[in-house]
Design a binder for this molecule. Sequence first.
Ligand code: KMH
Ligand code: ZN
Length: 304
Amino acid sequence: MASKRKVIVTCAVTGAIHTPSMSKALPVSADQIADAAIEAAEAGAAILHLHARDPINGKPSQDPELFRPFLEKIKANTNAVINITTGGSPHMTVEERMRPAMTFKPEIASLNMGSMNFGLFPMLDRFTAFEHEWEREHLEKSRDLVFKNTYKDIETILRIGSDNGTRFEFECYDISHLYNLAHFMDKGLVAGPAFVQSVFGILGGIGPNPEDLMHMRRTADRLFGNNYQWSILGAGRNQIPLATMGAAMGSNVRVGLEDSLWIEQGKMASSNAEQVSRIRIILEALNLEIATPDQARQILGLKG
Ligand SMILES: C[C@H](N)CC(=O)CC(=O)O
Ligand SMILES: [Zn+2]
């Protein structure tokens, strides 16, 4: 009997989009981030995508010394693959964003495959009470915010990565980002299989509709053939439905409170692990199997 397809589950534990006043489940301190990540790994996440926050007010930070304590605790308690953000927060410079990946040389780092408007302000319709002033500003300022990752920025990050043996989770928020990735593959700066994380439902990028998924898949197949591993990230309420549709089409999946605070329509998730468990039940019901961290390393060609 043919073995079941192994699906790589990524959990994005805290991110830099949501703010502490939006959900009590959002991990902020190093211990909270570590414990949430370990729980998510125990629930089935093979890859842990990590950002850091100021422990006092929860503001996103790329200070390597804020990453160090939770990285040590996570590595002491799981063999999950560590994926460190280079996106940081859209309000940061490229130099600032690169610091933790350069310091810790992780197996994987995220890489946004282009510049874009990054519309977070629609969340102001849903969330109105904020403990810290920066939280409202963070959303308000996104009306006039461009997340910058030029071809020069991307090439710089790719070269640093290859020097450190770090491979990338290529965040593709739109079709043009797939062409940017193809450009760098043609230039020999990206060795396959490329781990393509297609992002759906962030204002400024592609929408969260089944046709958008199909178009991303069709384009990626044409550009990369089978020299890529596809993964689905649905923002907000689209997280579980799009991950389900993607997995049925052959993709890997990403969940976590960075991308969505919800577990279902109108119900907030109590933890990252709850989202991992929910998608695991669905994947196993689809007769698929969860990839272990070492299987994910093998599939993605990671340094281990
Ligand atoms: C939509 C996600 N925030 C994509 C992301 O995780 C970016 C990064 O950290 O580099
Ligand atoms: Zn991220």
